[in-house]
Design a protein around this ligand. Structure first.
Ligand code: MSP
Length: 652
C-alpha cells in the first residue's frame, strides 16, 4: 500500500470491548471483522485510521467465574484475553490498539474521569434498591422486567440493596433527546434511533454507578469500599485508550470517534449513558453509533453457552482452520445485512464459499492465468482492439470502485461486495462470450485474443484492489499470480484501465478450492457434536441461582388456569412484546408478554398454555395485560409452559 496516510483526515473506529468470560464465538468475530474491513477500507482510501478494540475485564460475572475455577480474576482474564489476542492475530485484525480495562493506564484514567463528573456535581451518594441481573451486570426496576426476568437476556434477577454512588443521568434527558432528534446520523439504523427516543421519553432515572458487594473493579477514588460500575468503567475505554486525560496527544488527534460499532443490545449504553457521561465531563460526543444485528443460531442469538451445542460450528478457529481467514471474512461480510439479524448455518456458509469464492472468483483467476500462460507465453499482452463487449466490461470494472465507496459509506458491506461480484461475474461471462479457445485457433484473431487476455488481467487487477479491505490475503495472492507482486495496492488504480503490459503471470494453487458440501456438512456436524462432549462432561448437580425461597402460602395465592392462544401479534410500539388474545374457559382476555425475541407470533396460535389468571392487570406500553403466560428459563432458552400430550407434543 502506498503511504498517503491522512490525506483525507483522521478516522477513529471502535468495536465494543469484549467480556473475557470465555472464548469468543462467531458473533463477536462478526463485529470485529466489520470494523477491520472498514478500517482497511478507510486506510486504503487515504484516511489516517485509528482502530481500537479490547476487553472489558471487571465485574461480578468474571469474579464468580474465577472463584468457580479457583483462580484469581486477573489470572482468569489473562488466560482468556490471551486467546482473544491470538484469534485476532490469526485473523490479521488490523487494530492499532488493544485496551484491557485492567491495565493501569485505563484504571487511573477512569478514576480521573469519575472525579471530573463528581466535581461537576453529577455524582452523589445514595442507597440503591433494585433487581440485579448478574450475567448482564445490570440493575432493573420492576417495571422494566419482562415476565419477571431481565429484559436483555431473559434470565432471573435477584433483589439487591446497597449504598451506592449515583450519576445524575436524569439531568441529561432533554439534551439526549435533542441529540437524537437534531442529529439523526448520531444513531443508526433508524429503527434503533426510534427505540432510543421512546426509551428516553419514558424518563431516565439516575444511574447507580458503584458497587460494594464485590471488589473486582476499579475503586471509586473517593470511597475505596466501592468499585466503579462495570459499564461506566468500560465505556470510558474509548478515550482512556487515547490517553485522556493525562497524555492527550492521541485524544486530541482522534477524538471524537467517527464511529462506535456495537451490537443492538448495547446501543442503549452507548447512546444514552455514554453521551451523558461525556456531557458531564464537558467532552465532545462520538459522531456516530451504529447498532448491528445478531447472528442467530436456530432462531436464537449465538451465545457462549450455545456455542458448545448443536451441529453448526460457531468457533471461528475451527472454521478458519478448515476454510481460511478470507473465506470466513467474506462469508460474514457478504451474507448478512448490517443492522439486521441473520441466521448462521454451516450450509449457508459453505454454499457462499463454493458459489462466490470457488466458482466465481477462483475460476476467474485460474482461467485467466492459465489462458495467458497458454496463449500469450505467460506475459500480459497489450490491448489491440475494442468492441462493445470490451467496452462494457471496462465500464463495469472501472465503475465499481465508486459504487463500493457509496455502499461502504452506509456500512453496507454486503452490497459493496455484491458490486465487486458484479464485475467478477461479468468477467466470467466475458470469457464465455469471447471464447478465447476458438480465437486461439485462428492466427488472424491474435490481436483480438490479446485484447481479451489483457482485459481479463486488467479486470482482475481492479478486483484485487476492490477486495483488499475485505480479503487482503486473497488480494495479494491474485496480484502475485498476475505478476503484480511488485506494486502496491492503490485504491485510485481501481478507477483506471490499461495499466498492465508485460507482467509475467504465474499460476498458483486454486485460491479457493471447491468444497464437497455434503461431506463438509457431515464433518462439521461431527465437530459440532464433538464440542458437546465437554459440556456433557461438566460436573452435575450444581445448585441453580434462584430467587429467594417462598412458602406454600405464597404459591397458593396464584390461580393457574389453562388457556388457548387465539391470536398473537407484535406490539405496535415495543419490539420485545407480543400481544396475545387468550381464551380461558368462558372468558377471552388480552395478555402482553415480553417474548417477541424468542417466538414468532404465528407459531403461538392454538397452543394450550398455563396462565396466572389472578395477576393484577397492568398497562404495557399502552396495552392492557390481564394475567400472565408462563414461560420458564431453560438455561440459554426461554420456553413456554404448555400442556403436553402423551406423544410428547404440545396439545394444540
Ligand atoms: N463488554 C460489553 C461491551 C462493552 S463496550 C464499552 C459486552 N461484551 S460482550 O462480549 O457481551 O459483547 C460484545 C459484542 O459482541 C456486543 O456488541 C454484542 O452485540 C456482540 N455479540 C455477541 N453475540 C453476538 C451475536 N450472536 N451476533 C452478533 N454480535 C454479537 O457487551
Amino acid at each position: 500500500m502506498t503511504d498517503k496516510k491522512g490525506s483525507k483526515g483522521t478516522y477513529y473506529i471502535t468495536t465494543p470491548i469484549y467480556y473475557p468470560s470465555s472464548n469468543l464465538h462467531i458473533g463477536h468475530t462478526y463485529c470485529t471483522v466489520m470494523a477491520d474491513a472498514m478500517a482497511r477500507f478507510k486506510r486504503l482510501s487515504g484516511y489516517d485510521v485509528r482502530f481500537l478494540t479490547g476487553t472489558d475485564e471487571h465485574g461480578q460475572k468474571i469474579q464468580t467465574l474465577a472463584d468457580a475455577k479457583g483462580v484469581t480474576p486477573q489470572a482468569y482474564v489473562d488466560e482468556v484475553v490471551d486467546g482473544i489476542k491470538k484469534l485476532w492475530a490469526t485473523m490479521e485484525i488490523s487494530y492499532d490498539d488493544f485496551i484491557r480495562t485492567t491495565e493501569p493506564r485505563h484504571i487511573r484514567r477512569v478514576q480521573k474521569i469519575f472525579m471530573k463528573m463528581y466535581e461537576k456535581g453529577d455524582i452523589y451518594k445514595g442507597e440503591y434498591e433494585g433487581l440485579y441481573c448478574t450475567p448482564c451486570e445490570s440493575f432493573w426496576t420492576e417495571s422494566q422486567l419482562v415476565n419477571g426476568c431481565c429484559p436483555d437476556c431473559g434470565r432471573p434477577v435477584q433483589p439487591a440493596k446497597e449504598e451506592a454512588y449515583f450519576f445524575k443521568l436524569s439531568k441529561y434527558q432533554d439534551k439526549l433527546l435533542d441529540l437524537f432528534e437534531n442529529n439523526p446520523e448520531f444513531l443508526q439504523p433508524e429503527s434503533r434511533r426510534n427505540e432510543m427516543i421512546s426509551f428516553v421519553k419514558q424518563g431516565l432515572d439516575d444511574l447507580c454507578i458503584s458497587r460494594s458487594t464485590f471488589d473486582w473493579g476499579i475503586p471509586v477514588p473517593i470511597d475505596e469500599k466501592h468499585v466503579i460500575y462495570v459499564w461506566l468503567d468500560a465505556l470510558t475505554n474509548y478515550i482512556t485508550a487515547l490517553g485522556y486525560p493525562d497524555e492527550p496527544e492521541l485524544y486530541d488527534k482522534y477524538w471524537p470517534a467517527n464511529v462506535h460499532l456495537v451490537g443492538k443490545e448495547i446501543v442503549r449504553f452507548h447512546t444514552v449513558i455514554w453521551p451523558a457521561m461525556l456531557m458531564s465531563a464537558d467532552l465532545p460526543l462520538p459522531k456516530q453509533v451504529l447498532g448491528h444485528g445478531w447472528l442467530l443460531l436456530g432462531g436464537e442469538k449465538v451465545s457462549k453457552s450455545k456455542a458448545a451445542k448443536g451441529k453448526d460450528v460457531v468457533d471461528p478457529v475451527i472454521l478458519i482452520d478448515r476454510y481460511g481467514i478470507d473465506a470466513l471474512k467474506y462469508f460474514l461480510l457478504r451474507e448478512y445485512t448490517f443492522g439486521q439479524d441473520g441466521v448462521f448455518t454451516n450450509e449457508v456458509m459453505l454454499k457462499r464459499m463454493n458459489y462466490d469464492l470457488a466458482n466465481d472468483l477462483g475460476n476467474l483467476v485460474s482461467r485467466t492465468v492459465s489462458m495467458i500462460e497458454k496463449y500469450c507465453g505467460g506475459f500480459v499482452p497489450e490491448s489491440k482492439t475494442e468492441d462493445d463487449i470490451d467496452r462494457e466490461l471496462k465500464s463495469i470494472a472501472t465503475g465499481a470502485a465508486a459504487k463500493v465507496e457509496t455502499q461502504m459509506d452506509k456500512f453496507a458491506f454486503n452490497m459493496a461486495l455484491e458490486e465487486i461480484w458484479i464485475v467478477v461475474r461479468r468477467a466470467n461471462k466475458y470469457i464465455d462470450e469471447k471464447t478465447p479457445w476458438i480465437l486461439a485457433k485462428d492466427p488472424e484473431k491474435k490481436a483480438e485474443l490479446d485484447t481479451v487476455m489483457h482485459n481479463l488481467a486488467e479486470t482482475l487487477r481492479i478486483v484485487s484492489v476492490l477486495i483488499y479491505p475485505f480479503m487482503h490475503t486473497t488480494s495479494k495472492e491474485i496480484r502475485k499470480q498476475l505478476g503484480l507482486w511488485y506494486s502496491d495496492v492503490v485504491w485510485e488504480d481501481a478507477f483506471e484501465f490499461d495499466m498492465m503490459y508485460g507482467e509475467q503471470v504465474k499460476k498458483g494453487d486454486p485460491i479457493f478450492p471447491r468444497l464437497d458440501i455434503e461431506k463438509e456438512l457431515e464433518e462439521l456436524s461431527a465437530l459440532g457434536a464433538a464440542k458437546d462432549a465437554p459440556a456433557a462432561a461438566e460436573p452435575e448437580n450444581i445448585p441453580l441461582e434462584l430467587k429467594p425461597e417462598i412458602v406454600y402460602d405464597d404459591f397458593d395465592k396464584i390461580d393457574f388456569r389453562v388457556g388457548t392462544i387465539l391470536s398473537a401479534e407484535k406490539h405496535p410500539k415495543a419490539d420485545k412484546l407480543l400481544v396475545f388474545q387468550v381464551k380461558l374457559g368462558t372468558e377471552r382476555r388480552q395478555i402482553v408478554s415480553g417474548v417477541a425475541e424468542y417466538f414468532k407470533p404465528e407459531e403461538m396460535v392454538g397452543k394450550k398454555v398455563i396462565v396466572v389468571a389472578n395477576l393484577k392487570p397492568r398497562q404495557l406500553r399502552g396495552m392492557e395485560s390481564k394475567g400472565m403466560l408462563l414461560f420458564a428459563d431453560n438455561g440459554d432458552r426461554c420456553e413456554i409452559v404448555t400442556t403436553i400430550a402423551e406423544d410428547g407434543n404440545p396439545v394444540t
